[in-house]
Design a protein around this ligand. Structure first.
Ligand SMILES: N[C@@H](CCC(=O)N[C@@H](CS)C(=O)NCC(=O)O)C(=O)O
Length: 200
């Protein structure tokens, strides 16, 4: 199967590049310079009408949205590598739930802070509300991680990579995890994985 990742450094494509590395999957990388508008070229829009990275092609067939790629990579390649739960197990239900939680529920708070930052007013009402919303969700995550070392239990999985990528980015833009020691320690372990060190 041929995989091509369209990416830009330090972007939403980064977790996908890391997941491909964690899975040890051979693939081609095509850099799309989103600072010069390459993402709006017709050839790229034909792959992803949103004009965004990441975009992944699988034997030439395109897919978009990082969350969709993470779930698909887990299902397609993760199970056989011990990095994703087997179909039909309770752990698989948790995998879908937590990855979606990170991108959708936590992500909804994250974008409020991101928007405030982009406006140059990270401490305005939106920024504060976003940070508060994330803090409440981090408390929930902290309670989850108090009972298990990794998101799904005793073993690292791509769920840690997905959730950790979102939480790591939010910490980077100003929603620290220091008040949540289980999250803080888990995030450090996730970020120490060799696959997270690649240039992406
Ligand atoms: N929800 C999308 C977000 C993708 C996204 O916002 N990508 C940004 C880079 S972080 C992008 O390509 N921006 C280019 C643009 O908006 O023109 C996903 O998860 O794939």
């Amino acid at each position: 199967m041929s995989l091509v990742l369209y990416w830009h450094p330090m972007s939403s494509a980064t977790p996908i590049a890391c997941a491909l590395a964690e899975l040890g999957l051979p693939h081609e990388r095509v850099k799309v310079d989103i600072t010069t508008g390459e993402q709006r070229r017709p050839a790229f829009l034909a792959l992803n009408p949103n004009g965004k990275v990441p975009t992944l092609t699988v034997d030439g067939a395109p897919m978009f949205e990082a969350l969709a790629m993470e779930l698909w990579l887990g299902e397609r390649y993760g199970v056989e590598r011990g990095l994703w739960p087997a179909p039909g197990t309770p752990a698989q239900l948790q995998a879908f739930s937590w990855c979606t939680w990170a991108y959708v529920t936590y992500g909804a708070q994250l974008v409020r802070l991101q928007a405030a930052r982009d406006m140059g007013t990270p401490d305005d009402a939106h920024g504060r509300a976003g940070r508060e919303g994330m803090d409440q969700l981090l408390a929930l995550l902290d309670a989850h991680l108090a009972k298990r070392p990794w998101m799904l239990g005793e073993a690292y999985s791509l769920v840690d990579l997905s959730v950790g990528s979102v939480i790591g980015y939010s910490a980077y833009i100003g929603a620290p995890v220091d008040q949540h020691p289980n999250v803080r320690d888990w995030l450090a372990r996730v970020q120490a994985r060799p696959a997270m060190q690649i240039e992406a």
